[in-house]
Write a protein that binds this ligand. Sequence first.
Ligand SMILES: NC(=O)c1ccc[n+]([C@@H]2O[C@H](COP(=O)([O-])OP(=O)(O)OC[C@H]3O[C@@H](n4cnc5c(N)ncnc54)[C@H](OP(=O)(O)O)[C@@H]3O)[C@@H](O)[C@H]2O)c1
Length: 281
Amino acid sequence: MHTLTLNNGVKIPLLGFGVYQIPPQDTEQAVIHAVEAGYRHIDTAQAYLNESEVGRGIAHCGVAREDLFVTTKIWVENAGEAAAEASLHRSLGRLNLDYIDMVLVHQPYGDYYGTWRTLEKWQAAGKIRAIGVSNFAPERAVDLGVFNRVMPQADQIEVNPFHQRLREAAELQAEGIAVQAWAPFAEGQHGIFENPTLCAIGAKHGKSAAQVIIRWLVERNIVVLAKSARRERMAENLDVFDFALDDADKAAIAALESGRSLFTREPVERVKWAHGLAFNI
Ligand SMILES: NC(=O)c1ccc[n+]([C@@H]2O[C@H](COP(=O)([O-])OP(=O)(O)OC[C@H]3O[C@@H](n4cnc5c(N)ncnc54)[C@H](OP(=O)(O)O)[C@@H]3O)[C@@H](O)[C@H]2O)c1
C-alpha cells in the first residue's frame, strides 16, 4: 500500500476504508472484507456508532495490529480536556486497542482547544501516533498548532470533483498538514459514477469513474477515504496505481467544480446542528 509521510514522520496509507453509514451489524464483516481486499487503513469515528464492530473486525481480520492504521474522531459532545480524555478511554475500549494510529477532532466546535491539549498529551505518552482535525478551515487548523505545541498532522475535509478545495488543500499542505478527502464520491450524488467527463477519462485508461476520482486525489497527495459495502468495489477502489491522468484529464476534471459543498449547511446552522447531536458516546 502506498503511503504518505505525516509531519511527525508517521506513515499513513494513502487509501483508507471509511465505515461511515455502514450499519453496526455489518461493520465487522465489512472491515474483514476490506482488509482481505488489501486495505490497511480504517477510518471510523465516535459518532459513527460502530467503533466496537470495527474493533471486532480488526481482531478477526488476520492481519497484525502493527500493520493496520486505525483512525477515530472525537465528537463535539466530548470536546474539552477532561471530556476528551474520558472519551478516548471509551474509544480505546470499544476498539479493543492499546493505541490508536490517528485521532481527529471531528468538528471545529466547542472547546476543541481543550481536546487538542488532551490529544497532545496522549500522543506524547505514545497512546496515539498522529493527531489531527476534520472539517477545519486551514487558518483554524494552523492556529491550533501555532497556539499549542503540535501542528495537526492532518485535516480531513470534503473533497470530490464537484467540491475540489484547491485553495484549502494547497494552504494546508504548505503548512505540512496532510489533507484527507471524505466523501470522495460525493456519496454518489449528482450521478457522479455516470458523469460523462469522468467516464470518458476512465474509458481512455480502462478504468471506472470511481477509479479516476481516486487517482485524481492521490495525484494531489490527498489521502482518500472511500466507503463501499461491496467487496468488488472495495477491490476496484484500490486498483488505481497502474495509470496516470494527463493534463487534458486534469483540465476536464477541473471544469466539474461546482463552487460549493454538497453536504454542509450554512455555517451558523452547522454549529447548531453539531452541538445538537448528542450520542452519549
Ligand atoms: N470527517 C467527516 O466529517 C466525514 C464525513 C463523511 C465521511 N467521512 C469519511 O469518509 C468516508 C467516505 O465518505 P462517504 O462514506 O460519506 O461517501 P463516499 O465514499 O463518497 O461514497 C460512498 C458511496 O459510493 C458508493 N461506491 C463506492 N465505491 C463505488 C464504486 N467503485 N462504484 C460505484 N459506487 C461506489 C457506495 O456504495 P456501496 O457501499 O453500495 O458500494 C456508497 O453509496 C466515510 O466512510 C468516512 O470514513 C468523514
